[in-house]
Design a protein around this ligand. Structure first.
Ligand code: UD1
Length: 419
């Protein structure tokens, strides 16, 4: 297994490009399986979760070619709707096959999806939506889900909680449903808009994505080919912004949609960091000790739970008491024990972490427990005095494309070492 060895304490300086959005790519690549044809995607991140998805696709007859950040998918010869590869268990977004295949084939069976261990992560709202459209769902011992429908009928569906995955999944299933489907209490994240834009480009009729009510008029078919560019990764961009602030750096990130970063930008400005943006880039500059801040995660456009972990490094070293409250997942504080090994002073009370800011962090050997926990430890290592070893970095590779190369471009001393 690989680890990162980081000699920290150097301000990050320079320019880097962010890649395409992991969560958008996972939804949109799967959405393209709803048509029989060839779709070419640009700005697809070369990360482990995308590779797992491509492996799953290959196991059911999809052909793919990757060239740099472009991926071409040929979905003309799909010969299976029963997914049995182990790769489907290793990731969360394999659940999008439920919506896509219910729509295209009226049947699908997948192993229960995996993903980061950050809470119980039920998919009851996905199932509620599919059932409302007329699908029958069978769950076998929490190991496998099978969905079937002779035909799907558009309905008004009220989600009991705001779920990114359920919104996209039920939207996929509704594309070919008869009549109109209305999703109420829908999630509004940028990748939901991106998925709807792609599907509309293919001939779907979806209105309201990006608001909490999405209306889908069923269509009979989609176009057979498309070229589409995935939006930039909001969480990757946010991680670099936080790293710039944590190291007292001056970093410009390109291939960004600054609007998606507004909540983090506002919080960084509150902490005394200078943030400026142009059409598709953002600059973060930090020259003085960070002021403390309070952050509470919320659905978009609130503070993203996926940035809570990297952000908590800033709370560790701010000048005073900061708090971070996690409202989406019940188990997303596992990185804090690792940050304590580096000298952070943190007390956790339920879903709230209270940080008594320390002057600096010290290098230590720390372990990534999940994807964003790993990213937070890399940021901490870059900011800390001395050497930090971040172990279990396979979690980080799931969602960041060669993160060490991007930090090296900014002058960081970070090396991937095989153990
Ligand atoms: C997606 C993202 C993930 C991000 C999360 C929240 C992908 C592939 N992953 O995950 O990076 O952390 O959004 O922004 O896009 N819930 C239920 N029942 C359901 C579905 C969800 O109770 O059927 C709950 C979850 O337990 C959680 C909350 O709703 O507490 C949000 O989950 P959801 O938005 O569905 O997250 P994911 O789609 O799994």
């Amino acid at each position: 297994m690989d680890k990162f060895v980081i000699k920290g304490g150097k301000p990050l300086k320079g320019e880097i490009y962010a890649g395409g959005s992991k969560n958008s790519a996972l939804g949109i690549l799967t959405a393209s399986l709803m048509t029989k044809g060839v779709c070419v995607f640009r700005n697809v991140p070369d990360i482990e979760d995308v590779q797992l998805l491509l492996n799953i696709f290959e196991s059911i007859g999809v052909k793919y070619v990757r060239e740099g950040s472009s991926v071409a998918l040929d979905t003309r010869n799909i010969d299976k709707t029963y997914i049995d590869t182990e790769d489907a268990v290793k990731m969360r977004a394999s659940y999008y096959l439920l919506g896509a295949f219910l729509g295209r084939f009226g049947e699908v069976s997948i192993p229960f999806p995996g993903g980061c261990a950050i809470g119980s992560r039920p998919i009851d709202q996905h199932i509620k939506g599919f059932q409302a459209l007329g699908a029958s769902i069978t769950e076998q011992d929490k190991c496998r889900i099978t969905a079937k429908a002779d035909s799907l009928q558009g309905r008004e569906i009220f989600f009991d909680c705001v779920s990114v995955g359920a919104t996209i999944n039920v939207m996929l299933a509704s594309v070919f449903a008869n009549g109109t489907t209305q999703l109420v209490n829908a999630a509004k994240e940028p990748h939901i808009v991106d998925a709807a834009n792609f599907l509309n480009f293919m001939g779907a009729r979806i209105k309201g994505a990006g608001t909490d009510v999405i209306r889908i008029e069923g269509v009979k078919s989609l176009k057979h080919k498309a070229e589409y560019s995935i939006i930039p990764d909001q969480i990757e961009v946010g991680t670099y912004m936080v790293a710039a602030a944590a190291t007292g750096g001056d970093v410009t990130i390109k291939n960004v949609i600054p609007k998606h970063m507004e909540t983090l930008s506002a919080k960084l400005v509150d902490m005394g960091v200078s943030v400026s943006s142009s059409d598709d880039s953002i600059n973060v500059k930090s020259t003085s000790r960070l002021k403390p801040a309070d952050v509470k995660t919320a659905v978009y456009p609130g503070f993203p739970t996926d940035l809570q972990q990297p952000f908590s490094v800033l709370a560790c070293i701010a000048d005073g008491e900061s708090t971070v409250t996690e409202t989406i997942y019940e188990n997303r504080f596992r990185h804090l024990d690792e940050l304590k090994k580096m000298g952070a002073d943190i007390t956790v009370k339920g879903n709230k972490a209270v940080f008594n800011g320390v002057d600096h962090l010290d290098g230590a050997q720390v372990y990534a427990t999940d994807l964003r926990a790993g990213a937070s430890l890399v940021v901490a290592g870059l900011a800390a005095n001395g050497t930090t070893e971040v172990c279990n970095i396979e979690h980080i590779d799931r969602g960041y494309e060669a993160i060490e190369n991007k930090f090296m471009q900014l002058g960081a001393d970070i090396e991937r070492v095989s153990e």
